[in-house]
Design a protein around this ligand. Structure first.
Ligand code: 2YJ
Length: 284
């Protein structure tokens, strides 16, 4: 994930106010519903029980330091999906101690390299890259009416793209990948073959590849690589990448066939995945 700027997250409160209606128009689900779909858990059970989970968000000052508004935005997203969430007054180690002392079940914290949700009761960690991939693939699955047997192009084989490939294969998609660094695509293909005994296709040329697919997961950190000229009425894009690879005119051309946000889907899935299993079970 690119380091977010305060400007990327300054409107999170406004976004959260209107997000459920917008997401429902696109996917049929709210943010909570998408997180539940990502984790294959029952939304009614999750909604009933998630308020029992306490989430402490700890600002981390090490490395490049605290991003203005980051912790409050993360906290607002956790609260939006129904968790009891707070930002600690202290940062770094003192903040972690404060969160634990206030009874947090889950601690959310990010430095320059990792953004994790740590369930301190179970000693279990959920990584932002995996949660983000799960959330956006779930969203794409919903807007596509199911990804099973659909040809999907994953653009970018970094951490989010890699987890996206695993998530899309699990949903039965026919997955291809593109990366400007071909060795990354080859490495991922080898990993998939070894671990899952299945294969993915590598596309070597970006623009010719785009024409062959209707479903794209844009998981790069390259700005504006997809403009409106490549969008057709059949194109559906889930775009966790920051800064957005999809230009504003391309996003407008896609309308309800486009999912993008800088933080929200990933954090919603992180919190849901870090919650105890009884909150995410499928059996009521
Ligand atoms: O607590 C804060 O305000 C900061 N320490 C937040 C830093 C957020 N970190 C990033 O944006 C990193 N570039 C990457 C996180 C890795 C996500 N996969």
């Amino acid at each position: 994930m690119t380091r977010l700027k305060p400007g990327d997250i300054k409107d999170i409160d406004a976004w959260l106010t209107r997000c459920d209606q917008e997401l429902k128009n696109k996917t049929g689900c709210s943010l909570t519903g998408i997180a539940c779909h990502a984790l294959d858990c029952r939304e009614d059970v999750f909604r009933k029980k998630i308020s029992s989970v306490s989430v402490g968000v700890v600002p981390i000052a090490s490395g490049q330091g605290i991003i203005g508004g980051f912790s409050t935005a993360v906290c607002a997203i956790a609260a939006h999906i129904g968790a009891r969430a707070f930002v600690t007054g202290r940062h770094d180690v003192a903040g972690i101690a404060e969160a634990a002392g206030k009874g947090a079940d889950v601690i959310l914290m990010a430095d320059d390299h990792r953004f994790v949700a740590l369930n301190i009761r179970e000693g279990r960690t959920v990584d932002n890259a995996e949660a983000t991939a799960l959330g956006f693939v779930a969203g794409l699955d919903l807007i596509a009416g199911g990804l099973k047997n659909k040809k999907l192009l994953v653009i970018g084989c970094g951490p989010v793209g890699r987890f996206g490939v695993f998530a899309a294969l699990k949903r039965g998609a026919d997955v291809s990948v593109f990366d400007t660094v071909s060795v990354r695509a080859n490495r991922l293909k080898n990993e998939i073959e070894e671990k899952l005994k299945t294969s993915i296709t590598i596309e070597n040329q970006f623009h010719p590849a785009l024409k062959k697919y209707s479903y794209w997961l844009e998981a790069t950190n390259s700005s504006g690589i997809i403009d409106e000229t490549v969008i057709t009425p059949q194109t559906y894009i889930a775009a966790p990448g920051m800064p957005p690879g999809v230009t504003a005119p391309a996003a407008a051309a896609l309308g309800n066939r486009y999912l993008h946000d800088p933080l929200q889907t990933g954090v919603a899935v992180m919190v849901a995945a870090a919650a105890p299993a009884k909150i995410r079970n499928n059996h009521g």
